[in-house]
Design a protein around this ligand. Structure first.
Ligand code: ATP
Length: 481
């Protein structure tokens, strides 16, 4: 903790600042300053953001240093740093021990991601902090490149991110896709990897909150010029959730100029949003900004397929097992990966719930059974069950057996194809009220063949584990357990 003397000195200093500059300037600039370090050599003050630190320094530093020396004690150097630079939470900076060693200075971006998220503990989407907390945040620790799983469904976005990191040519890269697909993760991963490779660079990670906080501050203190020069002093810019800026005319104008300037200066800019730039203007993003983005590389973050969801589920479970000692069985992971189709965030939510339930069971020496997992996730999953129609079951069956529709409907007697036909007939019969003749006509067979298929499927489901699993997958998909 600060000792009583330094606390008192700092409060005296703030009173003088108020008297000297008047309440309006005091409220805009000095009120949220806190003391980090105080010695004969050095006084360090902390402002909530790097922008406010740079603004106050440009305008008032010389006079502040003089005032400190005149009224508190002679000091060689007085500095103002943004909380992210100091690697500290501004809210806690005022309570920091002024005599404690200064945390190592880190070049941190203006970022709204909090740094204290445990690896793999929860869906890593961080809460959006308030203005006061803005300067405290940094990249989400768990959103690193090595934790980003890829396959063909997100390979375009991943490759584009690698190009940004290679920085061979100035570029503006936009990644777009629905919520929870991994755009923020990739942005955070690129920013962290960039800093790892180029530790002296200024990487600026802007989210809606961070940008609006800076814009507000610039508006209150009439300092758009300073904000501009602060933002332009960056080596690589990351902008998240750009679609949220819709309707914010002035902010979009500033951002458009910033991207233009950075691009002209040969810097890399990477942007994430819900929609492709070609559609952004329709939803209120300024046409200029949208067209600037459209002129760069635009790639979609695709919907994760089953293979990718399974990879992510395994990674999640391994990390959770490492930290808790409780491993969720693979069959539960497969079930969750099959059922959470739309977003990785939703997948992580379901995994978290099952992980906690598995840990709770383990506390009493038990294991989670299939029924418990289904019950646990029933709210979560029931709304997602597609309607069981013969056509939907046909589509899903060919996917499950990894066949083309033509093969299942054709004449081949090869075992995997015949088994897929049995599974299809069985599932349609059990899951719908479709008559045998109608099932038969879908696959070019008569009703006696369909009856035979259903009987064979019943026997195989009990005797052949692989076939049984595939039947369960079809039943899981359409909801009758
Ligand atoms: N390919 C992936 N590998 C590992 N984890 C992933 C992957 N994709 C997403 N995630 C995880 O899923 C969660 C949601 O991802 P993220 O926040 O990046 O989504 P988003 O596309 O930015 O969503 P929004 O548009 O709502 O901001 C995060 O915890 C993230 O780490």
């Amino acid at each position: 903790m600060q000792n009583a003397q330094t606390t008192q000195q700092f409060s005296q200093f703030k009173t003088q600042l108020k008297e000297q500059f008047g309440p309006a300037i005091y409220d805009s600039y000095f009120d949220r300053l806190s003391l980090v370090e105080s010695s004969d050599e050095q006084v360090t003050l902390c402002a909530p953001t790097r922008f406010s630190a740079s603004l106050i320094s440009q305008r008032y530093l010389v006079r502040m240093r003089q005032m400190w020396s005149d009224s508190i004690s002679p000091v060689k150097n007085l500095d103002i740093k943004g909380a992210p630079e100091l690697g500290m939470n501004h809210a806690s900076a005022s309570a920091a021990d002024a005599s404690a060693p200064k945390p190592a200075a880190r070049r941190m971006p203006v970022s709204t991601r909090r740094a204290d998220q445990p690896r793999g503990a929860k869906p890593a989407k961080a809460q959006r902090p308030s203005f006061d907390a803005e300067g405290a945040a940094t990249f989400a620790q768990g959103m690193t490149l090595d934790r980003f799983r890829t396959n063909e469904t997100n390979s375009l976005a991943y490759r584009a991110a690698m190009k940004v990191l290679e920085a061979q040519s100035p570029s503006v890269t936009t990644i777009h896709g629905a919520a929870g697909r991994g755009k923020t993760h990739l942005l955070n991963a690129v920013g962290q990897e960039w800093l790892r490779q180029r530790p002296n660079d200024n990487v600026l990670y802007l989210t809606y909150d961070a940008l609006m906080a800076d814009m507000c501050e610039a508006f209150i203190s009439k300092s758009y010029k300073e904000l501009r020069s602060f933002l332009q002093n960056t080596d690589m810019l990351l902008v998240d959730d750009i679609h949220l800026l819709r309707g914010r005319k002035r902010t979009m104008e500033e951002l458009d100029c910033l991207i233009d300037r950075l691009k002209s200066a040969g810097k890399q800019v990477m942007v994430a949003g819900a929609l492709p730039p070609s559609k952004m203007a329709e939803t209120g993003v300024s046409p200029r900004l949208a067209s600037r983005l459209a002129g760069g590389l635009c790639v979609a973050m695709g919907k994760p397929d089953l293979a990718l969801r399974t990879k992510i589920a395994k990674q999640f479970a391994e990390e959770a097992a490492d930290s808790t000692g409780t491993a969720v069985p693979t069959r539960h992971l497969d079930f969750i990966a099959r059922r959470c189709e739309d977003s990785v965030r939703e997948l992580e939510g379901a995994l978290s719930l099952v992980q906690v339930a598995a840990e709770a069971r383990a506390d009493f020496g038990g294991e989670l059974d299939d029924e418990s997992v289904r019950t646990l996730l029933s709210d979560h999953l029931s709304k997602r069950k597609p309607q069981a129609t013969p056509e939907a079951i046909l589509d899903f069956t060919v996917k499950t057996f990894d066949l083309a529709k033509d093969e299942l409907m054709g004449r081949s007697r090869k075992q995997p194809i015949v088994r897929a036909r049995h599974a299809f007939c069985f599932a349609v019969r059990k899951l719908t009220d479709t008559p045998l003749t109608a099932i038969g006509s879908m696959i070019g067979r008569d009703h006696t063949t369909v009856m035979h298929s259903i009987r064979t499927a019943e026997i195989l489901a009990g005797s052949d584990a692989t076939f049984g699993t595939r039947i369960s997958e079809i039943f899981d998909e359409f909801g009758r357990d």
